[in-house]
Design a protein around this ligand. Structure first.
Ligand SMILES: [Zn+2]
Ligand SMILES: [Zn+2]
Length: 263
């Protein structure tokens, strides 16, 4: 499996992806908003884009569909609940569906509601797993819930699915927000040395050559995976006086998500 992370350089800081089978040259474009960069890269590498996948229905993920599909004849894949929200879906995905790219690449569709209620993540079936997580999980952060999502569902997606992935799972999110997210983690947990060290290293990161994190690293630096951390809880109780000393994980997650909305 070959993974190309494409930095769009736009105001929303989107990442697009091409996932290719090295044996057949067939490829899938994930959320190819910057269709020119995606088409140019595929052409340069001699790949044929046969599938386009949208992680969810927002325009900064679907906005390049038409151009890529017109140029390649690719099939469009998205969550089954995205019908009526995304035009021209050929293959509607549900949890557990396996998507093949060429001969060697297999990707499992995960049903991951929260950012929207029709969001899929892709998990590669490879020696080192890779997760294409759209706007559900970001490097050091979590997606927002104010354009069709719900924080309770986002919490469930983190608790029941993302946190159970192997620690070596590579994380490929839909946006580059890592610097801002690390600053938020440090605002909530000022003694987090791993986050501070990484922030120091990444402040001038070139998003064209971005750090690829893992679930293991996320558990150290992403406040949305640190729901039992005493410092996180103590600081939340300053902001939310009704929060008990031993809150459940969901209450901590939802409170963090609320604070992040105004960050
Ligand atoms: Zn979105
Ligand atoms: Zn987005």
């Amino acid at each position: 499996m070959i993974i190309e992370q494409i930095w769009t350089g736009n105001n929303w800081r989107n990442f697009n992806y091409i996932i290719a089978c090295p044996d057949s040259g067939e490829a899938m474009a994930v959320d190819p908003l910057d269709y020119e960069k995606c088409l140019d890269l595929a052409k340069l590498r001699g790949w044929e884009i046969t599938q386009v996948l949208n992680t969810h229905e927002h325009g900064d993920h679907t906005g390049g569909n038409h151009e890529v599909i017109s140029a390649t004849g690719a099939k469009l894949l998205a969550h089954e609940n995205a019908k009526g929200k995304i035009d021209g879906i050929d293959i509607a995905l549900k949890a557990g569906d396996v998507i093949k790219v060429g001969i060697t690449v297999e990707l499992e569709a995960l049903d991951t509601p929260g950012h929207t209620m029709s969001h899929v993540c892709l998990l590669s079936q490879s020696d080192t797993p890779a997760l294409f997580c759209g706007d559900t999980l970001f490097n050091a952060g979590a997606g927002n819930c104010h354009n069709g999502g719900h924080p309770n569902e986002l919490y469930m997606t983190f608790a029941a699915q993302l946190s159970k992935l192997p620690d070596n799972t590579l994380i490929y999110p839909g946006h580059d927000y890592i610097v801002n997210n690390l600053q938020f983690t440090l605002d909530r947990e000022p003694t987090n040395k791993n986050a501070a060290t990484l922030l120091n290293k990444l402040e001038d990161q070139d998003p064209d050559d971005a750090l690829v994190t893992t679930i293991g690293l996320e558990k150290d630096i992403n406040t949305f995976f640190r729901l039992n951390n005493p410092e996180v809880i103590e600081k939340l109780r300053d902001k939310f006086p009704d929060m008990p000393p031993n809150p459940d994980e969901k209450a901590v997650f939802v409170a963090l998500r609320e604070l992040r909305n105004k960050w």
